[in-house]
Each structure stands twice: as structure tokens, then as C-alpha cells.
Design a protein around this ligand. Sequence first.
Ligand code: HEC
Length: 217
Amino acid sequence: MKKIITILVASISLSSCEPRDRISKETFEQVNESMEVKRLTEVEIIEEAMIWGDSITNEAQAQLMAALQKAIEEKGTAEALEFCNVNALSLVGEVGETYGVEIRRVSNSNRNPQSLPTGEEKEILEAYEYTAESGGKSDPNIQKISGGDVFLYTKPIVIPSGFCLSCHGEAGKELDESTFKKLGELYPDDKAIGHKVGDLRGMWSVKIPKKEVVKRL
Ligand code: HEC
């Protein structure tokens, strides 16, 4: 603070014979420089949050897929369920911790009881579901929550291929007997079966503090 006042006083007295607008411009530039204030517009911040939300969810998705494929290759589909049951939430959570954000997957046709949407997530997921039911495709979304201090980035999760159906498809069809049995043991209230390729499976939800976005700019 002391430094800023000194700069202010010095700059006003040095340029006292110059036109007024010149004084204020120089003064503000110096003050800004000393405070390292970044002049960012709200649009720039939101755009960056959108890009970042997209790259964080892509990274989490890639890590989940890699771990899942490895588990299936090593142990088979039914045993890989056990792996997901133990590791899926923490694996995604760790990606969030790395970046100082809160990330999770939510679904109304959920397998893990902890994956139900809460708060603002509910309305957005309902909008994605509505669009999917009417045959449309939703884009990622970003909105402010917590009085504007946090951005909520969301992105639909659509079943991209038959790979997912070995654990989320129809019993007796894509879901083999041992996988179906194991699912019943691990998730007695499982609502995540009976899917087809192209179905909306849920959405990514990332809570990104605004200050973390500003740090990146
Ligand atoms: C090896 C079986 C398996 C495969 C293959 C699989 N999943 Fe899952 N999926 C699970 C299990 C088990 C859970 C619950 C994890 C937990 O307890 O958090 C789950 C949870 C989810 C969730 C979180 C919401 C919820 O219902 O709890 C989403 C979203 C999801 N899967 C989408 C997919 C998509 C998309 C694919 C294909 C790219 C896929 N899954 C492939 C087993 C699988």
C-alpha cells in the first residue's frame, strides 16, 4: 500500500504541468503494474473456464478408460467391475485435486448411489435429458454458482461404443451372466443397465473456483 501511495504522489507531482487525463492514465498504469493487476474481462474468464473444464474432463475420461481397459484385459469384465467399484471415484477425484477443482460424474440412471446429481447439477442434467429424449444433442455448459465465485462446467456423457455395453447394456444380451450377477452383488440398486450406443448416460460436473481460472490467464 505504502508503495502505491508513493507512486501516486510521485507521479502526480512530476507531471503536475501536464494535462489532467495524462496524469491519471500514467498513474493508473503504474499502480496497476505495482499491484500486478490483470485486466481481464468476464468473457475472457468464462471462455478460459470452458476450455479448462473441457480439458480436465477429457483427461479424467482418458485415465478412467485406460485403467478400465487394463483391468478388463487382466481380469475380465466381471472382475473389472470390482476395480471400478473401488477405484472409479478416487481416480476422478485425484484429477480434480491436481487442478484445485471438484470433479465428478453424475447420473439419474445411476449405478453408484453417490452419483446422483445435487443442487444446480439437477436442473442442467434434466435439460440434457430433455434434449436427448427429443432426439437432440447437448453441448457443454458453464454457469456461475456460489454467488459468482465458482463456475459449474458440465458436459453430457453419451455412450460412444459397444465397449460400454459390456457393463451398461442389456442383461442376457451384451451383459454376460457373470457380469450381471456381480453387478447385483456390488450395486443392488443399479439403474445403469439396458443402455444402447448413443444413449445419454449422465454428465461430467466440474466446480471450478474463479480464482483458479484467473491464475491461468
Ligand atoms: C467393466 C465394466 C464397465 C465398463 C466397460 C464401463 N463402465 Fe461405466 N461404470 C461401471 C461401474 C462399476 C460404475 C460404478 C463406479 C462407482 O462405483 O463409482 C460405472 C459408473 C459409470 C458412470 C457414473 C455414474 C453412475 O452411474 O454411477 C458413468 C457416467 C459411466 N459409468 C459411463 C460409462 C461409459 C460412457 C462407458 C464406456 C466408455 C462405461 N461406463 C464403461 C462399469 C463399467
